[in-house]
Design a protein around this ligand. Structure first.
Ligand code: GDP
Ligand code: MG
Length: 442
């Protein structure tokens, strides 16, 4: 049984039990242990997790309005997310990146995937072939880069990797981001260590990404330590999470060494690279992609019950909340009907006419923003260069980004207005309560 199936089956039994008590929790924990261990999660980590889940499930008092079952699901979800690691958020700014890892870990593929990722964020990214060890390494990166329109530098006649890096930095100096693909070995050794140190000196990178294949399971922990001792890594990229049942083992082992995970590789195509998010990963395993949203709502309701309307009104409207609202709104049907349902017939005509296509475009644009921009719209209102970067990253025109910003401002005004309108607020609250059922009949 794979990890997801095992976890879902254990959780189903728990939520199907008549009562959440010591017996049902202990049974659940035993099944959880079997599943994790058979999927190559380290035994010590598994026992640590079990203890925490048992303690919290049986001793913590659920938040007001949260049933004991929901509480246990929340505990399991949180503790599993902690086990699977923490995120390293790459900076969306000019930088140099060194890729490290053993043979076949996915370095070369991920190098080009990353260049495309940065391109998608409006940053020009080139790659350097510094794997001078393996025959044909040069051609592999060159072809992949060419196919994906990524600037490439390599020198087949130069055996010293550090030299190639120095040349490449000059040749690719018009790029914002430069990514160096280094050579691996079948196992970590002194020769590789020396080579990496010399490349590192020549490059002086901001990021050192260790690339690890998920199929090595918990051995990933030791590997992270070995590399980290040679050149301090800034974070790890776990590849081949699509094809391996040992992903949970690899992630938890890396996390236990204190290393963070920046990206995960989920396939051979260039698009198959995702920013790592342990909650999202666990949500997928458990089969509740919306669990986090759900828990967020749980949390908000309990917080809101203690807030005065004045405090509520002060809550900030950001691009992040805007994107979330777009998503939620679209689930409910065409905008016009939604507003109509709320009795908001005096909405500006412009807004009523927003088509699906336009909303899609908005989402793409918001995706190209940095987290800081999503939290603070003022950063954008003032900065033409930011708007231009976002336009490049999202494949839109600067006018379209400007348009989104100006519509966002209108929405912001409207939100403020609605917050003062008690009737509207009541209707919203009613709607939110209607949507609060647990999935799967829990
Ligand atoms: P390197 O030796 O570390 O440079 O590894 P490569 O980049 O050459 O990758 C080795 C193999 O793994 C290639 O066949 C890649 O297509 C494949 N690969 C890399 N990343 C992934 C991934 O996330 N998922 C899958 N399924 N295959 C991957
Ligand atoms: Mg390679």
């Amino acid at each position: 049984m794979n990890l997801g199936e095992g976890l879902r089956s254990a959780l189903r039994k728990l939520t199907g039990a008549a009562l959440i008590d010591e017996k049902s929790v202990k049974e659940f924990v035993r099944e959880l242990q079997r599943t994790l261990i058979s999927n190559d999660v380290n035994v010590k980590l598994v026992f640590g997790l079990s203890k925490k889940i048992e303690e919290r499930a049986l001793q913590e008092k659920p938040l007001p309005g949260v049933s004991p079952k929901e509480h246990v699901v929340k505990v399991v979800y949180e503790e599993l997310s902690n086990l699977m690691g923490s995120e390293h958020e790459p900076k969306l700014e000019p930088q140099k990146i060194l890729m490290l890892g053993l043979f076949g870990s996915g370095k070369t593929t991920t190098t080009v995937k990353l260049a495309k990722f940065f391109k998608g964020k409006g940053l020009k990214a080139g790659v350097i072939a510094a794997d001078t060890y393996r025959p044909a390494a040069y051609e592999q990166l060159e072809q992949l880069a060419k196919k994906n329109d990524v600037p490439f530098y390599g020198n087949k006649d130069e055996k010293q990797a550090a030299k190639v890096v120095e040349e490449g930095l000059k040749k690719l100096s018009s790029n914002d981001v430069v990514i160096v693909d280094s050579s691996g070995r079948s196992a970590f050794d002194g020769e590789l260590k020396e080579e990496l140190i010399s490349i590192d000196k020549a490059l002086n990178p901001e990021e050192r990404f260790l690339v690890i294949s998920a199929d090595i399971g918990q051995v990933a922990g030791r590997q992270a330590q070995e590399f980290n001792e040679a050149v301090p890594i800034t974070s790890v990229i776990i590849t081949k999470l699509d094809g391996s049942g040992k992903g949970g083992g690899a992630l938890s082992a890396v996390s236990s060494t204190g290393s963070k995970v920046a990206f995960i590789g989920t396939g051979e195509r260039m698009e198959d690279l995702e920013l790592f998010d342990s909650k999202k990963y666990v949500g997928r395993l458990l089969g509740f992609p919306d669990l986090e949203t759900l828990l967020d709502k749980m949390k908000k309701i309990s917080e809101e019950s203690e807030k005065t309307p004045e405090q509520l009104m002060e809550e900030k409207f950001t691009f992040k909340t805007f994107a979330e609202q777009l998503r939620q709104t679209r689930k409910m049907g065409p905008l016009k009907n939604v507003f109509g349902m709320l009795g908001m017939t005096d909405m500006p005509k412009e807004m009523m006419e927003q088509s699906e296509e336009k909303l899609n475009k908005y989402e793409v644009i918001i995706n190209s923003m940095t987290p800081a921009e999503r939290e603070d719209a003022k950063l954008l209102k003032k900065s033409r260069s930011r708007m231009e970067r976002i336009a490049r990253g999202s494949g839109t025109k600067p006018e379209e980004v400007r348009k989104l910003v100006s519509e966002f401002e209108k929405m912001e005004k409207m939100m403020n207005m609605f917050k003062k309108n008690r009737g509207f607020r009541k209707q919203m609250e009613k709607m939110m309560r209607g949507g609060m059922q647990m999935p799967g009949g829990m």
